[in-house]
Design a binder for this molecule. Sequence first.
Ligand code: 0RQ
Length: 503
Amino acid sequence: MHDRIRHAGLLEKRMSAEAAAALIKPGMTVAMSGFTGAGYPKAVPQALAVQMEEVHAKGESFKIKVLTGASTAPELDGVLAKVGGMELRLPYMSDPALRKRINDGELDYMDIHLSHVAQHTWFGFYGDINIAIIEVVGIREDGTLIPSSSVGNNKTWLDMADAVIIEVNSQQSAAMEGMHDIYYGTALPPHRKPILLVDPEDRIGVPYLHVDTDKIIAVVETDAPDRLSAFAAPDEASNQIASHLLDFLDGEIAKGRMTNKLLPLQSGVGNIANAVLAGLSRGGYRGLKAYTEVIQDGMLELIKDGTLAFASATSFSLSEAGIEEFNRNVDFYRERIVFRTQEISNHPELIRRLGCIALNGMIEADIYGNVNSTHVVGSHVMNGIGGSGDFARNGFLSVFMSPSTAKGGKISGIVPMASHVDHTEHDTMILITEQGLADLRGLAPKQRARVIVEKCAHPDYKPMLEDYFARASRDSYGKHTPHLLGEALSWHQRYIETGDMRP
Ligand code: 0RQ
């Protein structure tokens, strides 16, 4: 018997990626595996893009709606975007070709809290799921599936789709078997029960994905790596941000708000989050735990050096060096990592109960602490909110981090009014730039503004922000959250017109 496909009936359903892609028809809603560049289907979307191009060459349209866990890779989002093959995409993306199409207004993109996607699908908000395409490590004798390097929404896609295409990727380590915990206790309101997870290490499900094997219409064998994106080496700004965070955490321990084991860490995606995690190893902590979505290289290093004792997530997002390290020491990591479905990794009930420390990047924050994670100058989407909202609203601490300027100083990360709001002032507690850390807990709006400008603004922009706040405090229509509405977004408009927020 085939070592990765151990179910006789499904062995019979093997076919080429081209034959499987031909089962997908225009207008279909196709739910795919994949989360932050891990565990996405590698072959069928590429074959589909070729077939779409052939149809487009005849002057006909061939577009589908694509749902995933989170971002994927050039072999999925990239190829489908390049051929103009998507009419709708959700919930999170980071592919440059797709980002361009979205910002050119050529397809609809829905940015959704990652914990909401599965339940919105069960509630029927996205209509029928015609086909699911799911990458797995292997198929067991009984037809259950060994999940791959991400779990994401795969349980929901397998349950809800009318038909299923499985990609069995022999490049993914077979030794991942047993690392996953798939929760099958979810119900719809009003029948929901408490989710009995009280520690990041708890297992509340089973290691395998269930699927009705009669729904499987194709099994495609692949042998290709995940996206393996490299991270920028931590620069001076990220090291300073990490130092501010470490000083802050030490202060919290000294005040008795947490022990030196901290509380479960969540870390967002991106270079800053990765660098800050790497910085945590300098803090001298041992035996911490993470309850997060994504395991980037920085977190793997913390596990390796003992800073982190355990990490619960839904996906990897590793560089080539990171995946090599994982594969070399898979037995070590298998004991210390669990991958869950994203409705559990990001579940508000669990994040609130565990008291997570949410560490996320941001595009900009305004003087009152409203945070924009997603839209450059209010209209150009970057990646999406991802899970940052799930963790920021429900965590014990919600921290947002960014350099104080972007684009060589032409953009300020602290602005009078956020040009798009993902996290309201009610959900943001700590802002950190390389300039300093603003602790907003217990502060009213005008107090917040003074602290944010003083601690976080870049010297080029600080006098401008102080001037704005002083005039707003004097002339604003209301004096609770002072603003000059005609001026509040003028920095962004100036950037659009001149390429620089500074006058
Ligand atoms: O663009 O590479 O073209 O120069 O944004 O910025 O500073 O490298 O920071 O990689 O940490 O990303 C918010 C995008 C930050 C990320 C964001 C430009 C900057 C650069 C990247 P270039 P940095 P990071 C869990 C949590 C939302 C999702 C989330 C993100 C690029 O953290 O996507 O948190 N967060 N998920 O130049 C214009 C500004 C800018 C700006 C930065 N003010 N104006 N451009 N940039 N600030 C994980 C998941 O949910 C999956």
